[in-house]
Design a protein around this ligand. Structure first.
Ligand SMILES: Cc1cc2nc3c(=O)[nH]c(=O)nc-3n(C[C@H](O)[C@H](O)[C@H](O)COP(=O)(O)OP(=O)(O)OC[C@H]3O[C@@H](n4cnc5c(N)ncnc54)[C@H](O)[C@@H]3O)c2cc1C
Length: 392
């Protein structure tokens, strides 16, 4: 019996960790990248607290460390032929008995916003985060080098978790740069723009703390304004309102990174698969994480997160093991265990299961614990996988 997992992100890794419990199962993981990118830690990378090796996990070594016989394929999946039970890449076709699609999402750049692809940076892929960081630092450096008194505007589109964390971190480190390699001038402005509000749908306590912290860091909140057009110098909001910009990041929303099947499968308006209560999208095909729509008990849309991808990954894998053992599958309902937002420097805000709320250094430290708690076991298995390869 062979299970293929497409995508070694938060959901895919958790699925594999649960699948390895059945020793008779053949497991194949296919990912277009050689690494797992820890998007949740990108704020610390921007803040120069971590480097690339801290926000990546070597997938080949990880899976080898989890179980020596896991087959890891570093290729891009093009499509799935569900009639033949085959996954198709540029080079090969792989047959499966069960398939888990865990391909995540990309930034949803609204097509009607002219210029958005051309002029904005994103952080959803490691490549983009790297480019963004280099460009940001180079821009600030250029600014300081040539006097540093002219206006320098950084605009961040999107007031969700990613936008807030990036805005807060940039505001925090730009102040450090200006005071250390510096200039007495305060010409750098950071704008956070969102059509509807920051952290929409989140706990009011976290929203209030985040707003206050952003304001304290000098971030200019431009709420209720949708970006309508971008050219090389200006970001426009409707016909009459615009800001000259030097650097633009767009975090917006997500677009499900779904993979085509032969048969038309249902997707929502942001390209996420629509699945049943087991996150099944076809008879033996499951979807996990950002690529699939999640609704709460009341039928409301739930914004995708790593924590829900992880729960789904484990739940789906357990259901596959149950199915193989001839037991019935169990309904999967990802739970929100809490919300943590990094707010620049050693400051964060936390809401744990709507029971405990706190902000400041304690919340920052708690976020670090959560991150390390996720990373450490993966690092352990990666080191083990490397050792195994050395002895081959
Ligand atoms: C800046 C930022 C901060 C965030 N902070 C938090 C946070 O604090 N807490 C939280 O819970 N969530 C956070 N999130 C959201 C979280 O990162 C995502 O919800 C999570 O990554 C989704 O996991 P996933 O397994 O669905 O996809 P991913 O982790 O994105 O993994 C998808 C994998 O699929 C692979 N892949 C894609 N297409 C193909 C293909 N065609 N063929 C082969 N492989 C493919 C990719 O290479 C990747 O490895 C944050 C996101 C961002 C951008």
């Amino acid at each position: 019996m062979r299970v293929i997992v497409i995508g070694g992100g938060y959901g895919g890794i958790r699925a594999v960790q649960a699948l390895v419990k059945n020793r008779d199962l053949e497991i194949v993981v296919i990912d277009k990248n050689g690494y797992h990118y820890l998007q949740t830690d990108v704020y610390s990378y921007i803040a120069n607290e971590t480097n690339i090796s801290d926000i990546t996990i070597d997938l080949g070594a990880l899976f080898r460390g989890l179980r020596e016989d896991i087959q890891y394929i570093n290729e891009t999946v093009l499509e799935v032929d569900e009639n033949r039970n085959e996954v198709i890449t540029h080079n090969s076709r792989f047959t499966y008995d069960y398939l888990i699609i865990a391909t995540g999402s990309v930034t949803n750049m609204p097509v009607k916003v002219e210029g958005i692809h051309r002029y904005s940076y994103g952080v959803k892929s490691l490549h983009h985060a790297l480019l963004f960081k280099q460009k940001f630092e180079a821009s600030i450096f250029e600014y300081i080098k040539y006097g540093g008194c002219a206006k320098f505007n950084i605009i961040i589109g999107g007031g969700g978790l990613a936008g807030i964390e990036v805005a807060a971190e940039m505001a925090y480190i730009k102040d450090i740069y200006l005071t250390t390699i510096g200039s007495g001038c305060k010409g750098v402005s950071i704008y956070l723009v969102d059509g509807s509000g920051i952290l929409k749908g989140q706990d009011p306590y976290v929203i209030e703390k985040s707003t206050k912290r952003l304001e304290k860091l000098g971030v200019k909140l431009k709420i209720g304004n949708r970006i309508s057009k971008i050219d090389k110098d200006f970001v426009y909001f409707g016909d009459y309102d615009y800001i000259r910009y030097n650097f633009l990041i767009f975090t917006g929303g997500v677009l499900g990174n779904s993979i085509g099947l032969q048969k038309e499968v249902s997707t929502n308006k942001i390209g996420q698969y629509i699945a049943d209560e087991y996150f099944k999208i076809h008879k033996n095909i499951f979807a996990v994480g950002d690529v699939v729509e999640v609704l709460d008990e009341k039928g409301n849309y739930v914004a995708p997160t790593a924590q829900s991808a992880e729960q789904m990954g484990t739940g789906i894998a357990k259901n596959i093991l149950r199915d193989i053992a001839g037991k019935g599958m169990k309904k999967i309902s990802p739970k929100n265990r809490g919300f943590l937002v990094a707010l620049g420097g050693k400051y964060a805000s936390a809401n744990l299961m709507n029971l405990v709320r706190f902000s400041g250094y304690k919340a920052y430290f708690f976020k670090l614990l959560v991150t390390e708690g996720y990373k450490l076991p993966l690092k352990y298995f990666t080191a083990k996988g490397r050792k195994i390869a050395e002895n081959w």
